[in-house]
Design a protein around this ligand. Sequence first.
Ligand code: GLN
Length: 603
Amino acid sequence: MMKYVLVSGGVVSGLGKGVLASSIGVVLKSCGLRVTAIKIDPYLNTDAGTMSPFEHGEVFVLDDGGEVDLDLGNYERFLDVKLTRDNNITTGKIYQSVIDKERRGDYLGKTVQVVPHITDAIQEWIERVAMIPVDGEKGPADVCVIELGGTIGDIESMPFVEALRQLSNRVGSGNFCLVHVSLVPVVSAVGEQKTKPTQHSVQELRGFGLVPNILACRSFKPLEGNVKEKLSQFCHIPANNILTIYDVSNIWHIPLLLRDQKAHEAILKGLNLIGDAKKPALEQWAARAERCDEFSSPVRIAMVGKYTGLSDAYLSVLKALLHASVECSRKLVVEWIAATDLEDATARKAPDAYEAAWNVLKNVDGILVPGGFGDRGVQGKILAAKYARENQVPYLGICLGMQIAVVEFARSILGLQDANSTEFDPDTKCPCVIFMPEGSKTHLGGTMRLGSRRTYFQVADCITAKLYKNARYVDERHRHRYEVNPDMIDKLECAGLSFVGKDESGKRMEIIELPSHPFFVGVQFHPEFKSRPGKPSAVFLGLIRAATGELFTHAQLPTQINNMAAKSSLSNGMQAKIKAFMNGSAKSSLKTSLFSNANGIRT
Ligand code: GLN
């Protein structure tokens, strides 16, 4: 029998239910249980794929190509599991499945209604998906954590609340544990913690027939003893089951807060699992959470993006940078740069913003251009890539960040001023990045090249192959409609850009490197989605190591250099110069003559 932990939210949204649900999973996993997770998003969109990151945070991509809510990223990172698209339930998906059934005639002439048809479909979906193993082991998990998005009382979540009430009733009290997350604000200058919003929220929950076992109270500071007592009395929940989830220095402390307050015991009791679980073993987790607070030596990375006002828009990229920085014992400092601020137009309209942006860019240890869609800020991103390339600053371009690096290289080194992506200029005379056959121009949802695809290394000794521990290939997640134009590859390679990773057909470019540069890497995939605490993504680790001066050098990569020179159709003299450059001699003169000069090599 599957055991369920439901995490609901009250009072306001944005309380960090996702992190709490993930942390509950971590503590249960540390007790020796196998855990899976489901996120319910009561919006009508089929999935997060068509939603703006500015409104809703990043779109997280799964191995199976599911474009899902960013909370699934939290579950994957915290629990180190691989979820499926069906682990994210939306109103859109549920209604679509019911309407499809109705059209097939499966309801045999009945009137199709929210209760029972939608509520049944929700329960069937949950029970089916809970059984899918996500941790690489055989057979279903022991516990499924379900997070109900939104706030109790929202009109759009009502069918889910009713379905969950029915589910809790059907599976019985020993198999269902409800954790309600609420807010305890401090209103007056006296600093008194207020319980009323939580009381109302619990009342509302009970009104819908859902009985909370545990109350998780979000607050700035730990709950006062009398506040706990009050909540216990008014909400009819034992004081031991009232958790105080106060602000902590980093989110890895949340599972530790839960453990310290014996949340696992309350949950295990609610699920009749006390005898089956061991004491939580979170030593490694705790060591990482504490270490993370101690680093003082910074590594400064510029994030040159579009949505710099909302860090959730690049959540997985930030987490991947953090995982890599922790591995290198550095304090991560992210410098946000709005790509448009680097553009010439800003120099005219807002010179202060322009100057400030360039000032920041020129003082970082590494530059990252993340994925993106649409042409806003593209020129600024191109300028950032150019700056990194010309000034030997470590650069990581992800998806769009790789595509614009190729465009920049074609413009500056091949002298092709019209080089562009057809995403931004469909009629460009020099299409360096083109629309892929797999994409659709008429339908946006789920029509990209999505999910896990394999990249084969073309040269064994390139930086990325080394970072991936000399693997022959890697599987990473994708989300794109455009790709580097295969017809341009020869020209680009002759000019010194290496395409070191390609797909199985050899026609789709996956990884670029600039062998003349300490670390200039672009990847068509999104390595951030598979980074985990304690298991940082290889390319992010490369960026941070390069930014801190700890990456192995090109001198340790003889084969690639030789390959590059051999492949190149450059003159013998130029090949000799490249070799000399790689070996450290003639460094500055060659740098300017070969790689910085827009007129250097023309086709
Ligand atoms: N817009 C580009 C494409 O569709 C890049 C996508 C991305 O960065 N995820 O190919």
